[in-house]
Write a protein that binds this ligand. Structure first.
Ligand SMILES: [Zn+2]
Length: 332
């Protein structure tokens, strides 16, 4: 009897040992099967890039609402709660989302398990930061619009994949598969933009915009930013600034200048009228086209719209982009 009882005790002991092992593994790992990663992102293009990799395996919340200027966006108390509850916060960085970053760092102080991934800061080193009229060096905040260069968007997607795999290894195959499909799509987009820009007459491959979004786009695709209208405090440009831009528009002989929906356009109207050129008001750096659920409601969709609205008025065509499907590659 004693032997049998001892035997049963030792079997129970082993079972208890294995149960406690499994439990502590799940706690340490923080992501058992039933508990998806909570991921919080900032601007819509980044949210969409993350969605293409994380798909149905993550709970994703984008903080910056549609139509809100991401440069002056401020958190509301419910956003802070979302950040505090997150496992992972993904932002562009380069000081674009200062408010989100500060709140995220406070949350990390309280709970070191929370992680912050700054895509832009991990994509280019500081010596490749671009400073310009709207983002002058003396203010210290570089131009943050890295994602409008598709090569950098690919890097954003790969950094996201690596971080999701690190934090949620049980779904690594899923993230890797999405990443392959998405890289393929972005490669098509990148090639298509290169070919389309080449159809613009060489003397027209110049951008004058209200909001200075295209600083990292132009060197990749062989264009040039000749000016931006928006001052670094995001206020109105001075009369002297406007006069200078009108002179520049006349001297450079560009056929079109570009505004965007979230910024005031009366000044752009004035420059267009006095410079006698077309004004295009539909370029977007962080608003996705259409509505959630539409095929084109994606980062790729936004870039395709932008290329149509930029390249055609400058005298080129977008035939090389016609076969690209902007739909998300992930199932969610
Ligand atoms: Zn912007």
């Amino acid at each position: 009897m004693t032997t049998l009882r001892n035997y049963l005790f030792s079997v129970m002991g082993i079972v208890v040992f294995f149960i406690s092992l499994t439990t502590s593994y799940a706690q340490e790992n923080n992501t058992p099967e039933t508990d998806m990663l909570d991921v919080v992102t900032s601007v819509a293009p980044i949210t969409n890039i993350v969605q293409n990799i994380g798909g149905e395996k993550i709970n994703l919340i984008g903080l910056v609402p549609e139509g809100v200027n991401s440069h002056t966006f401020e958190l509301v108390p419910s956003d802070a709660i979302k950040i505090n509850k997150a496992d992972l916060i993904i932002i562009d960085g380069l000081n674009l989302e200062a408010d989100v970053e500060k709140t995220a760092n406070n949350a990390i102080d309280k709970n070191p398990k929370i992680q912050l991934l700054k895509l832009g800061d991990n994509t280019i080193p500081e010596d490749q930061w671009i400073f310009d009229f709207s983002f002058p060096k003396e203010k210290g905040d570089p131009n943050p619009h890295l994602w409008l260069n598709v090569e950098y968007a690919m890097k954003f997607a790969n950094l996201t994949r690596d971080k999701l795999i690190e934090m949620d290894p049980s779904n690594s195959e899923y993230y890797t598969e999405n990443s392959k499909k998405y890289n393929n799509l972005l490669k098509q987009l990148d090639d298509g933009i290169k070919k389309s820009v080449m159809t613009i007459p060489a003397e027209n491959r110049k951008l004058l915009t209200y909001h200075d979004s295209w600083a990292y786009f132009v060197p990749r695709y062989g264009m040039k930013v000749i000016g931006a209208i928006q001052p670094s405090d995001f206020g109105e440009p001075s009369a002297k600034d406007i006069a200078n831009l009108i002179d520049q528009v006349r001297a450079e002989k560009v056929p079109a200048i570009f505004a965007s929906e979230v910024f005031p356009t009366d000044i752009v109207d004035q420059i267009a009228k006095e410079g006698n050129i077309t004004i295009v008001e539909t370029l977007s750096d962080d608003d996705l086209p259409g509505n959630p659920g539409d095929n084109k409601y994606s980062y790729v969709g936004m870039m395709l719209e932008n290329m149509k609205n930029m390249i055609i008025p400058l005298g080129g065509n977008i035939d090389a982009l016609k076969t690209i499907n902007p739909r998300n590659v992930s199932t969610a």
